[in-house]
Design a binder for this molecule. Structure first.
Ligand code: FE2
Length: 290
């Protein structure tokens, strides 16, 4: 990854995206830049700039609106990822735009969970008749969903799922990770590793298991059990749902980061909250971060 800095700062009022990024190695250049645009650029920001590509920086700056905004904001997503190492998820405060900006800086790649669809989805409780084929809503409507991972039908499911809620919701998001004893997670039953499912994905349908290569892939909406072990696995995830934690959307502007490789999630019943609205954006990590 190239080291990116700037040796020529934009004139005040000139769009940041027009900067020519060149190698900057001296503190003097940094200070001159700060003077030129009248901003205090923190040390952390400079570290970020120096460790990312021009494309990443330009995308982040474009999302932030200005280099000043970009530099002044904390790396919220990075902090949530750090926090998620223990449990597999983490919650904080932020906006969808902030999530996308931080992700661009980190080099994460947005993943549409529907082929040809947008990277950002607005999730609303819908009846089966209104739902996408093979989706959980097509089977469960506004009732409680089963535990699942997102994008299970994709050849490469997203690593990270981020949910944001601009308002509040009385419908929790359930989260399940393998129980922990001491520093280690419990072993999964053999049937979870070896039960074979047909994963429906149109012309790219294939066979697979619910756990492979250190990550879960499980969605009863698009995965049909093909053998006894897979049927045991379906029952296993039904049984462990009672141990799931619940994230409560009790404050406006919450962000919930879910490690889609390690954690299954589900929306609780939304029959009492038809107006619920959650934004979702999913990512492939550029670098392995677990
Ligand atoms: Fe989901």
């Amino acid at each position: 990854m190239g080291r990116i800095t700037s040796s020529s700062c934009p004139a005040p009022g000139r769009p940041a995206a027009s900067w020519r990024f060149r190698a900057m190695t001296t503190r003097a250049r940094s200070e001159r830049c700060q003077d030129d645009i009248g901003l205090i650029v923190g040390r952390r920001c400079m570290q970020n700039i120096q460790s990312h590509s021009a494309g990443e920086i330009l995308k982040a700056v474009a999302l932030a609106g200005s280099i000043g905004t970009y530099c002044g904001m904390s790396r919220m997503l990075e902090d949530l990822l750090d926090e998620s190492r223990a449990t597999g998820w983490a919650a904080g405060q932020g906006t969808l735009a902030q999530v996308q900006m931080d992700a661009a800086v980190l080099g994460w790649v947005e993943v549409p969970t529907r082929r040809g669809g947008p990277a950002v989805s607005t999730l609303r409780p819908v009846d089966p008749a209104e739902a996408e084929p093979n989706s959980l809503s097509a089977r469960y409507g506004r009732d409680a969903q089963p535990l699942h991972t997102d994008g299970a039908h994709l050849s490469k499911p997203p690593d990270i799922v981020v949910l944001t809620c601009a308002t509040t919701s009385t419908t929790p998001t359930r989260l399940w990770n393998r129980p922990r004893y001491g520093r280690a997670r419990t072993q999964l039953p053999e049937h979870v590793r070896h039960g074979v499912f047909l994963i429906s994905s149109g012309a790219e349908s294939c066979f697979g298991t619910a756990y492979s290569g250190g990550r879960f892939r499980y969605d009863p909406g698009c995965m049909q059990p093909c053998d006894a072990r897979a049927r045991q696995t379906v029952q296993y995830f039904v049984d462990v749902a009672k141990y799931a934690d619940e994230h409560i959307w009790g404050e406006p502007g919450q962000v919930l980061l879910i490690d889609n490789r390690r954690v299954l999630h589900a929306r609780a019943s939304a029959t009492q909250e038809p107006q619920r609205e959650i934004q979702r954006v999913s990512f492939h990590l550029k670098r392995e971060a677990s």
